[in-house]
Design a protein around this ligand. Structure first.
Ligand SMILES: [Mn+2]
Length: 486
């Protein structure tokens, strides 16, 4: 990223401009459509925008969509209403223009934008337009927060949700899994507003809500061979390490452990992996920066911001987006109970998917391909891709391409290792180029991208992706050879 263009003040000014545009529409009493992607960041973004609109008494309809085409279908009849599109659209402005040219549209996104200008009637708020890296330092929920804080009376309330969105998009790439860049700004707003606490601890799923062995077994990122998914193995590890798993008739949680017990646990995991000839690097990722929503209860599954994002993601990927949006907007009670049930079922299904994947990977020259059949919901393809890519099943020198078919369309989800990105692989560009050659649509980030392809063009598409990745990597090799010679 070209940092010389970095202009945070101008980015904030563009957030303010979009906010004024929205406020104008609100003051006319007009109903606004809010739509976004159905992943954790998308639902957080909808939560920030819709929650903010509710706060100021605006009329709105909120909904999430699986992909842009679905959005176009449902929003095609906007009847002149303003549309606020979150976490999508920035890379498809040309296409949106041909359909929504007459509508008032606000795009709140952090994906790499296409080159089409939005013109006068539309606002496109996107950090990339100001030399700020939307891939690593701000999510769509973060951008939504920077927009809505100009409008809502108590914006700090929405800062934790922006943190949830950023963690959902795996932006915790700083030292000790810290959020960096503009995200830090949001974190400090949330901390100052007594909404959030930041500290270093074990990053395990269910840190405050599950028995320790279950928390350990439920953690899929990082993936710990032999422990992830195996509660019995985890329980016996704890007992051998001399860690009390119960306090009377109550199971203890990670949060109940003393510092000494935590280091015992850490060492026990390391020795387990060493004993089983597994790499120990992933263990380092178990310790990191924990973001706690201090106003949520420990048993809610919303107190740990990473867990919160997984709950939203589970809702989105199982056709329960409305539950996620409602939770993000602040509804609790039975709505939350329902969402908790959804996340448990979803996690069980993911475990099944991982077992399936471990037996069905196909190797091409430069990529690894997984075709999921009817046993996996096509809506889970991107989650499967994310979880798999952080597991040790995928070699670090090949991108993972996961395919799921729905009707005549194949949904493609691609993930690269940080190593591949550092070698110059840009999956967003590869997906866009390869998809456009075969009547599809693609794009995204360097490390994570996606595409939709007509099923009958799939084989050609895969060959093209394989070729493009090989080409990118051979350029690196040439570069290295030339450097060696000089
Ligand atoms: Mn996002």
């Amino acid at each position: 990223m070209d940092d010389s263009r970095r202009d945070v003040a101008a980015f904030y000014a563009s957030c303010k401009e979009a906010a004024d545009y929205i406020l104008d529409e609100v003051s006319r009493g007009a109903e606004i459509l809010v739509a976004g992607h159905n992943d954790a960041d998308g639902l957080s973004s909808i939560g920030v925008v819709a929650g903010g609109l509710l706060d100021i008494g605006a009329k709105f309809i909120a909904r999430s969509v699986f992909r842009l085409e679905e959005f176009i279908e449902v929003m095609g009849e906007h009847n002149g209403r303003m549309i606020i599109l979150v976490d999508m659209g920035g890379g498809s402005i040309g296409e949106l223009k041909s359909i929504f040219g007459e509508a008032k549209l606000v795009i709140i996104d952090h994906h790499q934008p296409d080159q089409t200008s939005v013109g006068e009637r539309w606002k496109h708020v996107n950090p990339h337009l100001f030399g700020i890296d939307g891939e690593s330092e701000v999510s769509a929920a973060g951008v939504a927060y920077f927009v809505m804080r100009n409008i809502v009376p108590n914006p700090q309330r929405y800062a934790p949700l922006a943190v949830v969105g950023s963690l959902g998009d795996l932006q915790d790439k700083g030292e000790k899994r810290r959020l960096v860049g503009l995200n830090e700004e949001i974190v400090s707003d949330a901390v100052n507003g007594s909404q959030l606490r930041v500290r270093e601890d074990f990053i395990l799923y269910g840190r405050e809500s599950k028995p320790i062995h279950q928390a350990l077994a439920s953690t899929q990122s990082p993936y710990l061979p032999g422990l992830s998914g195996d509660e019995a193995a985890c329980l016996s590890l704890l007992i051998e390490a001399g860690i009390e798993v119960r306090d009377g008739d109550k199971w203890r949680t990670i949060a109940d452990l003393s510092e000494e017990e935590k280091s015992k646990l850490y060492n026990a995991i390391v020795s387990y992996l060493v004993k089983n000839n597994q790499p120990t690097e992933p263990v380092r990722d178990l310790i990191g920066t924990v973001y706690e929503l201090v106003n949520e209860s420990a048993s809610s599954g919303l107190r740990d911001a990473r867990e919160y994002s997984q709950l939203l993601n589970a809702c989105g990927k199982t056709n329960n987006s409305w539950l996620g949006v409602a939770v993000a907007m602040g509804y609790r009670g039975w709505v939350l109970k329902e969402a908790q049930r959804v996340v448990e079922q979803y996690r069980a299904m993911l475990k099944k998917s991982l077992d399936f994947a471990s037996k069905n990977l196909e190797q091409m020259y430069h990529i690894v391909v997984l075709r999921v059949g009817p046993e996996i919901d096509v809506r889970q393809v991107s989650s499967v891709a994310s979880i798999l890519s952080s597991s040790k099943l995928i070699p670090a020198d090949k991108p993972l391409i996961v395919l799921g078919q729905e009707g005549g369309i194949v949904k493609v989800s691609a993930r690269a290792s940080p190593k591949l990105v550092s070698l110059g692989v840009n999956l967003g560009v590869v997906m866009r180029e390869a998809a456009s050659k075969f009547s599809g649509r693609g794009g995204g980030h360097r490390i994570a991208a996606g595409a939709e392809i007509p099923a009958e063009r799939l084989t050609l598409f895969l060959l093209e992706v394989d070729r493009l990745i090989g080409e990118a990597l051979s350029q690196v090799k040439t570069q290295i050879t030339l450097d060696d010679e000089s």
